[in-house]
Design a protein around this ligand. Sequence first.
Ligand SMILES: *[C@@H]1O[C@H](CO)[C@@H](O)[C@H](O)[C@H]1NC(C)=O
Ligand SMILES: *[C@@H]1O[C@H](CO)[C@@H](O)[C@H](O)[C@H]1NC(C)=O
Ligand SMILES: *[C@@H]1O[C@H](CO)[C@@H](O)[C@H](O)[C@H]1NC(C)=O
Ligand SMILES: *[C@@H]1O[C@H](CO)[C@@H](O)[C@H](O)[C@H]1NC(C)=O
Ligand SMILES: *[C@@H]1O[C@H](CO)[C@@H](O)[C@H](O)[C@H]1NC(C)=O
Ligand SMILES: *[C@@H]1O[C@H](CO)[C@@H](O)[C@H](O)[C@H]1NC(C)=O
Length: 397
Amino acid sequence: MALLKRKLKYLVTVMMINLFIFVLISRNSGQDKNGLDKLRIPSKVFWAKLVPSSAYWNHQQQILDIQNSPILLRNLSSADLPDWLNDTALTSDLCQPNFRVTTQVKDYNTLPHRFKDFLLYMRCRSYPITRDVPEICKEQPFLLLAVKSLAPHFDRRQAIRQSWGRAGVIANKTVVTVFLLGNATSVDHHPDLSEMMHYESSHHKDIIQWDFRDSFFNLTVKEVLFLEWIQAHCSGAQFIFKGDDDVFVNTHRILDFLKGLSEPKAKDLFVGDVITNAGPHRDKKVKYFIPESMYIGTYPPYAGGGGYLYSGDIAARLHNMSHHVALYPIDDVYTGMCLRKLGLGPKKHKGFRTFNIEEKYRLNPCAYKSLMLVHPRTPQEMIQIWSWLSRPDLSCQ
Ligand SMILES: *[C@@H]1O[C@H](CO)[C@@H](O)[C@H](O)[C@H]1NC(C)=O
Ligand SMILES: *[C@@H]1O[C@H](CO)[C@@H](O)[C@H](O)[C@H]1NC(C)=O
Ligand SMILES: *[C@@H]1O[C@H](CO)[C@@H](O)[C@H](O)[C@H]1NC(C)=O
Ligand SMILES: *[C@@H]1O[C@H](CO)[C@@H](O)[C@H](O)[C@H]1NC(C)=O
Ligand SMILES: *[C@@H]1O[C@H](CO)[C@@H](O)[C@H](O)[C@H]1NC(C)=O
Ligand SMILES: *[C@@H]1O[C@H](CO)[C@@H](O)[C@H](O)[C@H]1NC(C)=O
């Protein structure tokens, strides 16, 4: 009996609390006397007003975003656009130096030369191709190996041809190797190597070269030109590896990995040594320094440019999207930006070691067996490691 009373008391208390809450809520729910819901009209606009970014890259990207937004642009004429979006220079010859940057970037005059060069030519994406191998993918490769190289690096290219970049049929799959070069010019005090380049390219037929200055900040130009080249001459490649000429790549391991992928996974493949939660370096002494007048914000996840692996399908999508992303001076970050705009992200694979492996394992053949990429390696090291991995009697647990 006492138990029932206590239970009843408890029930009544709960009901009272509920009633209290109900009254509280209905008093605040904005109903008028007739019990109808009042339409609440916000006193301020609920969307953020688009204000021009103070950083030059971000600002250029805002312009591109507007230009490529069919919803926003459909009913706008250029006269309706606010001044800052009406960049008339965008319609002139994009490969002429854009001297407006000298006043648009507030600290232009005090920036290091490489930034001035980059900014003046930031809108130019087309350069003449001076050496090409348009037929190299006639037999559609399973794997296209593309190596970013610099004209004087003859020994690195030769070591790659003799080791991990040997083209042909490997493990029953067609592998094609190409080297991606710009112009090593006298502006950068490079000797004239054009005759040696001519010999190398006619002998090996694996050099693609464009006529732009081959500098660190122009690697993004190399990237967009390569994406263009893939669509023009190698769109049948199932997978693409793109990397530097100072890495060791375990091609056997990559082929095994790719052969084991299921169909949906293969289509969206983009793997490498992924860097997340990074942002621009603000220390002037760092190679990757970017001033605030150039870029603000964090970086999207990106795969380190030492080497990454992706599908031919992604290559086509990246190529399309690259037209909608302003060039950024750091090529691997730029590719991360394009991926993010596609709604994709690179996947980390622990076989990609762009920051090397522990020193005590570097001379151990078995350490390389399960890896896909190790950076950095000299030409001699590439050949040595390749010969270790090719030994039929190499046994590792
Ligand atoms: C906006 O654009 C659409 C499609 O181009 C057109 O049908 C419509 O008439 C336009 N509206 C105005 C107000 O111009
Ligand atoms: C935008 O640029 C065009 C020329 O391309 C010019 O005719 C127009 O007046 C400009 N509009 C504004 C608002 O500055
Ligand atoms: C090699 O590839 C071809 C075509 O993809 C296939 O028909 C053949 O069975 C493969 N051979 C081996 C040994 O895997
Ligand atoms: C490319 O390099 C060659 C050889 O050094 C040179 O003759 C040519 O002028 C360069 N092209 C450009 C656009 O600088
Ligand atoms: C990129 O290449 C173009 C064409 O050679 C050159 O004008 C520009 O200065 C280069 N940019 C950088 C940052 O080196
Ligand atoms: C790339 O863009 C072209 C032209 O707009 C389109 O036909 C094609 O389907 C696009 N390809 C991909 C992979 O998005």
